[in-house]
Write a protein that binds this ligand. Sequence first.
Ligand SMILES: [Zn+2]
Length: 477
Amino acid sequence: MKIKLLSLLSLVVFHQAYAQSDKFYATTDSKNAEALKNKFPEDVEIITSNDNSSAVHLSKKAAEFLHHNVITHGPGYVYKSSQEEAVSAINKSRRENKILAFTIDQDAVVMSAIAKVSAENIKTHIQTLENYGTRHHTTAKAKTAIQDLRTKWQALITASGRTDVSVRIVNHMGTTMPSLILTINGSTSPNEYVIVGGHMDTITNNVNNAPGADDDASGIATISEMIRVLLDINYRPSKTVEFMAYAAEEIGLVGSSEIAQDYALNNKNVVSVVQFDMTNYKGSSKDVYLTTDPYNSNDLNLFLIELMERYNKTGAHAFTYGNTICNYGCSDHFSWADNGYDAAFPFEASFSQYNPNIHTTSDKLSNMGNSATHAAKFAKLGLEFIIETSKGSVLGVSDASKSSVHIAVKDKFLNYQFGNEAVESLIILDTSGRKLSESKNLLSIGKIDLNPLSAGFYLAVINTQSGKVITKKFILE
Ligand SMILES: [Zn+2]
């Protein structure tokens, strides 16, 4: 009897302790926090809120509900290790949007790189990752997958004979799963970083069966192909380029937020970050969908549009783009944006049309309906981004693609001068790629009235009669 009572008591105590530790701190969208609190009053405590986000203490049950019911790709919240950390995260002042001083002038290097992208390589790699069966962050297989990726990336480095490229494992506090980072040291500006990433972990309601072929084996395979191509053409960047395979994205961006925070604390100058999370399911009419949530960098999105206008408009590497939203804590780029860095996230489809099999045991290559040709477009965009932002050199390839086109914005007019270029059309796009105006039959000097446009970032796209595309960003005050 005594024993029985004791064990019953200890069971109650244990249950309470478990219920206590079951709750954790996080940040999320304020509207989500309110809705969640209404649905699970016992499970959610809103600690404090600012205009759009809240620091919360919530149970795993409430978090899971959020994960499955918010229209977002990611968890819908960002895990924080303490109340203090959650509160300070939402009180952080947002960095002002600045104009990124990126230019596009590496045509020869870019063309030689994107011509080498192999959809077959990406497909094979997706299958390899799917074959682990699970990469859930708590499993031994997730760790093995990171170690095997290290071996794969190290083999590419070894084969290249390069001593300026290295790969390292990063261990975390919030998960037993490590992340992986490959670094190509910048030759002249090593303290400036260009970063691309994806996440290695997977999730379903069965930790032992979470194949995650699209989410996010596709992203890891896509960035691995970028690495292979850059080493194959012996690309030597001026800035440091890093590739990251993050741990535990699915449970609140754990790996990426620890890394981004570490970079921010060490004042690392990260010039831009692009995330590749789901690249291989073509669910919409267009190909690449830029996410335009408020935490994303308008300027970086515009630069990605500029790259696609330049390199992917016609010919063998042509594809189309659109825009979509992804909501709070959507993927690992949020971790970087949250620390004040410019981040963007080109996605496989419009958000209402993405791969319906993700987060299920059916997220397999065989259910994607193609052979990684969709992912190949993202590998090309990634290479264009890396090469134009890190501005490197390749022996034997030089660039002389200077244009004689000049544009300048003054008093709400776009002044242009085409020099000796015969111009077919001048198009103005906004940050979501929407065409706002198109002017044809232009003289070689003139101006376009911008008064109908509101203040913001824009892109002028000039198509010459010889088939060249010249792009220029401008800001309207
Ligand atoms: Zn994902």
